[in-house]
Design a protein around this ligand. Structure first.
Ligand code: PRP
Ligand code: URA
Length: 208
């Protein structure tokens, strides 16, 4: 499966502020939320619905509603936390799992440190949330762990992606749906996305 890139002037506008080094921490978090809403709309495009009979004030009609089995959101800590609120705004009954991974600074290999997934994963749509898809190591490891826990239908939602990261996750998990706000030029020698926005977790939580 290939990947989907959001193509929208609001995304370009908001990304220009998100990338800017002068953007404050609170503005950064606000922009991640706003971009997260736009990302959530596209990431949920193929959620299954079923017909329901409803009554408007004027007449009886058929409408469609999401299937009752709630989806699962899995933010990759830390930066993925910034995408939970906008996804929950649109999917208020979703279950939320958490996966703690950090990249080893020398090897760039993701190191797992926390995991808490809700049950019955195999029956639910699962959304992996991580604003940054750089080498793809963290996203690939997140999807691997979710598949091992039984998840079948997984979508990765990211804001900035490097071409290398997209290639890696699609190679490792060909069935994965990948939705990104934009694709940047490349990675630098330290595995950072160029032009990028720097370290998303540090900017979000003020740890630089
Ligand atoms: C960042 C980011 C992704 C990962 C992407 O997390 O939030 O999880 O790097 O890089 P990759 O595609 O090369 O794996 P980081 O390891 O910096 O942890 P943090 O969010 O706690 O700062
Ligand atoms: N993680 C980040 O936060 N930023 C990058 O550019 C790469 C990985």
């Amino acid at each position: 499966m290939s990947h989907i890139v959001l193509d929208h002037p609001l995304v370009q506008h908001k990304l220009s502020f998100l990338r800017d080094r002068k953007t404050s921490g609170s503005q950064f978090r606000q922009l991640v939320e706003e971009l997260g809403l736009l990302l959530a709309v596209e990431a949920t495009r193929d959620l299954p619905t079923e017909p329901v009979a409803i009554e408007t004030p004027l007449e009886r009609t058929q409408a469609r509603r999401l299937l009752p089995l709630d989806p699962v959101l899995v933010p990759v800590l830390r930066a993925g936390l910034g995408l939970v609120k906008p996804f929950l705004q649109l999917l208020p009954t979703a279950k939320v799992g958490h996966l703690g991974l950090y990249r080893d600074h020398n090897t760039l290999v993701p190191v797992p440190y926390y995991r808490n997934f809700p049950p019955i994963l195999e029956e639910r749509r699962v959304f992996v949330l991580d604003p940054m898809l750089a080498t793809g190591g963290s996203a690939s490891e997140a999807v691997r762990q979710l598949k091992a826990a039984g998840a079948v239908n997984i979508t990765l939602a990211s804001l900035l992606a490097a071409p290398e990261g997209i290639q890696r996750v699609i190679y490792d998990h060909p069935e994965l749906r990948v939705v990104v706000a934009t694709v940047d030029r490349c990675l630098n020698e330290r595995g950072y996305i160029l032009p990028g926005l720097g370290d998303a977790g540090d900017r979000m939580f003020g740890t630089t």
